[in-house]
Design a protein around this ligand. Structure first.
Ligand code: G1P
Length: 290
């Protein structure tokens, strides 16, 4: 079955980015001049997806505003024949963005449950807002879709993390004796202590899920951090679904952390013709001070 729909949870409080997130959505923090969330929406579109659901909290109506039209601004730019700027604010053609409000922040699993009406009985992509991927060849979600087209099951994007960081991720345990690059999983656990981690293979924010996941999310009890975890529902769904992991080739940035956010900003600036030289100059100057 083709993947036509994407779900982007964006309802968290964003406590790691306080005080900014007191009044603004973390997902609208710009990486240079484009909100982090917009890079994620573009990744979905570039992966061939035309229907996107963004799960927001009641405080995040501004996300709708960002992806909607601003007629006054369009008119202003048209009058001044500023077509370059006009091009930047045009809504995505042929793409439908919908919203659902998550009133209580009970965890990622609880958030995904809000997508049931939208995805119905189709498999769908999940793109987490804290993880931004860059690729000049194939978007991360497209890589996963290609895996999904060959393997029947949920597909999780993964990467290898340092042992001391296993308590920040969903950690996979592959079945033994597999060659890869796609691994069938035996088990998965949310944020295990390094002493208990079954591996260093961590999920990193992109999933293709089959609709059977809802059955498990609906009855999923709170887990790590007192939250309803997607990881736990994936584990429980293994009684009927296969689950596969795949290390995507696209480069990932954890923009939910301050270091990752700054790293992404620098790297994205260096990739832009209008900024590269200026930023390199600043970096060179800084280098002489080190
Ligand atoms: C979430 C998931 C976790 C996953 C991570 C990837 O955690 O619960 O399994 O590994 O995203 O970024 P969070 O970072 O939202 O706490």
């Amino acid at each position: 079955m083709q993947i036509k729909k994407a779900v982007i949870p964006a309802a968290g409080f964003g406590t790691r980015f306080l005080p900014f997130t007191k009044a603004s959505a973390k997902e609208l923090l710009p990486i240079i001049d484009r909100p982090a969330l917009d890079y994620i929406v573009r990744e979905a579109i570039d992966s061939g997806i035309k229907e996107i659901l963004i799960i927001i909290s009641p405080l995040k109506e501004e996300i709708k505003k960002y992806f909607g039209r601003n007629i006054e601004l369009e008119e202003f730019l048209t009058e001044r024949k500023n077509f370059e700027a006009l091009d930047l604010i045009k809504p995505y053609e042929g793409v439908k963005i919908e919203y659902v409000i998550q009133y209580e922040q009970l965890g990622l699993g609880h958030a995904i449950l809000h997508a049931k009406e939208f995805t119905k009985d189709e498999p769908f992509a999940v793109l987490l807002g804290d993880d931004i991927f860059y690729s000049d060849t194939k978007p991360a979600t497209k890589e996963l879709i290609e895996v999904f087209n060959k393997y029947d099951g949920h597909i999780l994007s993964t990467m290898t993390v340092a042992l001391e960081n296993t308590n920040r991720y969903g950690i996979c345990m592959p079945k033994p004796n597999q060659k890869g690059p796609v691994f069938e999983l035996l088990s998965i656990v949310e944020k295990p202590d390094p002493s208990e981690a079954p591996s260093q293979i961590a999920t990193n924010g992109r999933y293709i899920l089959k609709p059977s996941i809802y059955k498990y999310l609906e009855v999923q009890e709170k887990g790590t951090g007192g939250e309803i975890q997607l990881t736990d529902a994936i584990l429980n769904s293994m009684e009927e679904e296969k689950v596969f992991s795949y290390d995507v080739k696209a480069k990932r940035y954890d923009v939910g952390s301050k270091e990752g956010y700054v790293h992404a900003t620098i790297d994205f600036a260096l990739r832009r013709d209008d900024l590269r030289e200026h930023i390199l100059k600043i970096i060179k100057e800084l280098n002489t001070l080190l």
